[in-house]
Design a binder for this molecule. Structure first.
Ligand SMILES: Cc1cc2nc3c(=O)[nH]c(=O)nc-3n(C[C@H](O)[C@H](O)[C@H](O)COP(=O)(O)OP(=O)(O)OC[C@H]3O[C@@H](n4cnc5c(N)ncnc54)[C@H](O)[C@@H]3O)c2cc1C
Length: 564
């Protein structure tokens, strides 16, 4: 099996669905011409196909281990990461003044997708480093930026995010880690963090931890949290890794998947840290990193789906049972569902990336609102698609899907975490119907207006595709109206997950319709649009019924009535 990076499909989505071309009209991204975009996508694709993909299975079979306090990574990972760093791919969107390429986040998102198809466990290391660069760029002092950004962007050093503690998961505000001023502008950080991705490694350089902790005068909850840079080695006067800081990896988790990614329990014992941003404003700074990472995790869902699809298709062409199984109706149904949903998820993730880029390039409120609306949808839907598609990939393989050697199961195990970390998909859905609807549904309705307007223009050429998309918009609009009229937040939350999926289903229909229109109604993309709109889009109807069912029946059960 080989992996083929979807350069052509990503380029098609950029040009015909996600509106990447608008970026070239902004001053910030005026230089991102077609030639440059093509060269970057092809360079990323070649690296992932030739260098990263061959390490995928080794990472699964030989997990990272902790030996005498030192993390040893899986075979081939050190060399593969060095190739990523040498190519300048760690932070292609990093600011140019610190050595980055200053390219749109949409291109970093393409890289994160390809990295995941080829080796998700390894891809997490640059993904977290990218998020850290963005948080530092926006919130750190000039001294911290000058010291850390060039080294993180070049891949010489790597970055982590330290939020989670045993008692503080989704409820980050419950964290207990403490930061005490040392009197010299630095702070002593003490506490234990769990589940820290790439908390340590043997790649050399430095591991830079962004840690959330509470200052002595920090109030309880999220409002009293501050953010600190806590490096593994304290940089010396020349900015090189100096003495070891007072922190260590206590243990590594044994996980269901992404075995090659060291997930660490970290202990900070008065470790030296530097404040990033203002005291008590740590959550705002960390949100920059988390939003970036949420989009990155959405891209992981797409990447896993693409990898699983390619593997399943290849197997289905070769496997003979009453002839090649690819010719059986049910196998075709599975494969085409996988392909149609992967395209929808890729389109939504890329549209979100372009909205974030447009917001950064123009500062316009409408782009900020669009990006904020799309982020939870992109994260939740694309990761659900990754999980569904990988699961169907196992089914296409029959018994061989359950046997580890084919690698189909690895995609399924690896991608499962994407619905959990960076805010579970339940938390994303609550964000959509809660914070993102505080505007009375304005941003949602603006997007629905756009989809309807596009469906209207498409109606003459393709009525059988445009009409169902238009109708779906009307149903979605009614659900938005119902949601914003609910003052009891639990009533909204009870239906938030089906609502988020319904919204994504409709957006997926819009993206497929755009693709069919761009193709002129004939060809593989138009056939796939027809498949999606006829078979997958109708799911939004039952999802919206579910979304508006309220919370009363959920709470009508006593705990005894819920079973033993
Ligand atoms: C492999 C891996 C890597 C990770 N990497 C990192 C990392 O690098 N840095 C880091 O800081 N953390 C990391 N995490 C932690 C991850 O972000 C958390 O696991 C996640 O945020 C969920 O927290 P939790 O596990 O405590 O689950 P809980 O918060 O206990 O949630 C359990 C369930 O309850 C639901 N729930 C919780 N609160 C609510 C609510 N208010 N309303 C409705 N439902 C709710 C959740 O959706 C979930 O279904 C990682 C975790 C894993 C497993």
């Amino acid at each position: 099996m080989t992996y083929r990076a979807q350069v052509e499909d990503i380029r098609f989505v950029f040009d015909n669905v996600a509106g990447f071309g608008q970026l070239r009209d902004t001053e910030k991204y005026a230089e991102t011409g077609e030639d440059l975009t093509d060269a970057v996508l092809e360079g990323m694709g070649k690296l992932c196909e030739e260098v990263i993909y061959p390490t995928q299975r080794d990472g699964d079979l030989n997990p990272a281990v902790l030996e005498n306090g030192v993390v040893r990574t899986s075979p081939g990972f050190k060399e593969a990461f060095a190739a990523i760093a040498e190519g300048g791919w760690v932070a292609v969107s990093g600011p140019e003044e610190y050595g980055g390429m200053g390219l749109p986040l949409a291109l970093t998102t393409a890289f994160n997708e390809m990295m995941t198809s080829s080796n998700m466990a390894l891809g997490l290391c640059p993904l977290l480093t990218q998020g850290q660069c963005e948080a530092l760029e926006h919130h750190a002092s000039d001294e911290i930026k000058a010291l850390y950004l060039p080294k993180l962007i070049s891949g010489e050093w790597t970055g982590t995010m330290n939020l989670t503690e045993p008692q503080a998961g989704s409820d980050v505000g419950a964290l207990k880690s403490k930061a005490v001023p040392n009197g010299d502008g630095t702070y002593a950080i003490t506490g234990q963090k769990i589940f820290i991705t790439w908390g340590d490694h043997d790649f050399g350089g430095n591991v830079c931890h962004l840690v959330l902790a509470r200052l002595p005068d920090g109030v309880a909850g999220t409002k009293g949290i501050s953010l600190f840079m806590v490096p593994k080695y304290i940089p010396d006067a020349d900015g090189n890794p100096g003495v070891a800081n007072d922190l260590k990896v206590v243990s590594l988790e044994h996980k269901m998947g992404i075995h090659g990614s060291p997930t660490a329990v970290m202990q900070f014992d008065g470790a030296k840290g530097w404040l990033v941003g203002e005291p008590h404003k740590g959550m705002a700074a960390m949100f920059t990193m988390m939003n970036n990472a949420r989009l990155g995790v959405g891209a992981q869902g797409v990447g896993a789906a693409e990898g699983a699809y390619q593997k399943a298709l290849e197997y289905a062409k070769e496997r003979q049972q009453f002839g090649p199984i690819v010719n059986h109706a049910d196998v075709r149904r599975m494969l085409l569902s996988m392909r149609a949903d992967t395209f929808a998820a890729r389109s939504i993730v890329m549209s979100c990336a372009v909205a974030l880029d447009m917001a950064a390039a123009t500062g316009a409120e409408n782009w900020k609102a669009r990006a904020a609306l799309l982020t939870p949808i992109a994260k939740a839907f694309a990761t659900d698609v990754g999980i569904d598609v990988a699961e169907q990939g196992v089914q296409v393989h029959g018994g061989m899907g359950f046997i580890e050697e084919t690698g189909a199961a690895q995609f399924s195990r690896d991608v499962r975490i994407t619905a959990i970390y960076e805010g579970t998909n339940g938390i994303q859905a609550m964000d959509l119907v809660g914070r993102k609807m505080m505007d009375g549904g304005e941003a949602a309705n603006e997007l629905i207006d756009e989809i309807e307007a596009h469906a209207e223009t498409a109606r003459a050429a393709m009525p059988e595709l445009a009409e169902p998309v238009w109708q779906a918009c009307e149903s979605l609009r009614e659900a938005v109206e119902w949601l914003v009229s609910q003052t009891d937040m639990n009533t909204r939350f009870a239906g938030s997950v089906p609502f988020t999926r319904a919204f994504a289903r409709v957006l997926g229909g819009h993206c497929h319709l755009k693709a069919a229109m761009a193709e002129g109604g004939e060809g593989a993309r138009s056939k796939l649009a027809r498949f999606y709109i006829r078979r997958l889009l109708p799911e939004h109807e039952s999802l919206l019924v579910y979304a508006m069912a309220g919370a009363d029946d959920l709470y009508s059960f006593s705990l005894d009535e819920m079973g033993a």
